[in-house]
Write a protein that binds this ligand. Structure first.
Ligand code: NDP
Length: 249
């Protein structure tokens, strides 16, 4: 955890964002900080989260960063623990980290299936496991899970990805039903500009996906939706937001 020297006294919420080194997570962290929240950015590319946190601080915001692999439960607990030690509480966790190596099932890319399960499902569960005791103790908290339009529909080459995002929606709804003190939000983006297609190993499939991204909306469009949910009063729980390009089918 880096030392934070805020240029102004801030009292915003303490918000942890996973997968904050690029795309939606990065944009969300920047927007949350601009809205006055204290953000902690996590991702495996520590140099990237460090640079984003530094830019946020240079703009007058409050930001820390920490190297984070959401597939490692101990690491996620350490991420949450360090934030709590710095700020005394954790108000919001944005479970955003995700991967999308699209391929036909018949290609049997079992390692990629497992990686999607590990990051997109286990990663979200690890986040929940790490913050739930803290938020229960506080008697308040907010978990924002980034799912996808792919959690609402299934397309060829995306079966496993869609399954993981359906799982995120199911987990979120279950958590919501079990909670009277926590807010639970699912944000489901459509095509959004980010680095997500870089992880598609099938080059033909990657070209198709990049072509589809021609109509993609900026990552900040999703970040704005997350900021909206976070900024609602404590008794208002925004449960699901779908944000897609106007031109997306
Ligand atoms: P990016 O690839 O730009 O961002 C993904 C982020 O996840 C990166 O910061 C990456 O950081 C992080 N990440 C990946 N694996 C891990 C890991 N094991 N531990 C910690 N962090 C990890 O793509 P997006 O911004 O688009 O993706 C963000 C979320 O939005 C994902 O859940 C994605 O499924 C979802 N989404 C995206 C859509 C789109 O069109 N872009 C549409 C619908 C949903 P690092 O590699 O440094 O660890």
């Amino acid at each position: 955890m880096t030392t934070t020297v805020p240029s102004t006294s801030r009292t915003g919420k303490v918000v942890l964002v996973t997968g904050a080194s690029s795309g939606i997570g990065e944009a969300t962290a920047r927007l949350l900080a601009a809205a006055g929240h204290r953000v902690v950015l996590g991702a495996r590319r520590a140099d990237r989260v460090a640079a984003v946190a530094e830019e946020i601080r240079a703009d007058g915001g409050t930001a820390d960063h920490r190297e984070l692999d959401v597939t490692d439960l101990a690491g996620v607990r350490a991420f949450v623990g360090a934030a709590r030690e710095s700020y005394g509480r954790v108000d919001v966790l944005v479970n955003n980290a995700g991967v999308m190596p699209l391929a036909l099932l018949e290609e049997l890319k079992v390692d990629e299936w497992n990686r999607m399960i590990d990051v997109n499902i286990r990663g979200v569960l690890h986040g929940i496991a790490a913050v739930l005791p803290v938020m229960r103790e506080q008697g308040a908290g907010h978990i924002v899970n980034v799912a996808s339009v792919a959690g609402h529909r299934v397309d060829p080459t995306a079966a496993v990805y869609c399954a993981t995002k359906s799982a995120v929606r199911a987990l979120s709804e279950g958590l919501r039903q079990e909670s009277r003190d926590l807010r639970v939000t699912v944000v489901s983006p459509g095509l959004t500009r980010s680095e997500l297609t870089d992880g598609i190993s099938d080059l033909g499939m990657r070209a198709v996906a990049e072509d589809m991204m021609g109509i993609a909306i900026p990552a900040a469009a999703i970040g704005e939706a997350i900021v909206y949910a976070v900024n609602q009063p404590a008794e208002v729980d925004v449960n699901e937001i779908v944000v897609r390009p106007t031109a997306q089918s």
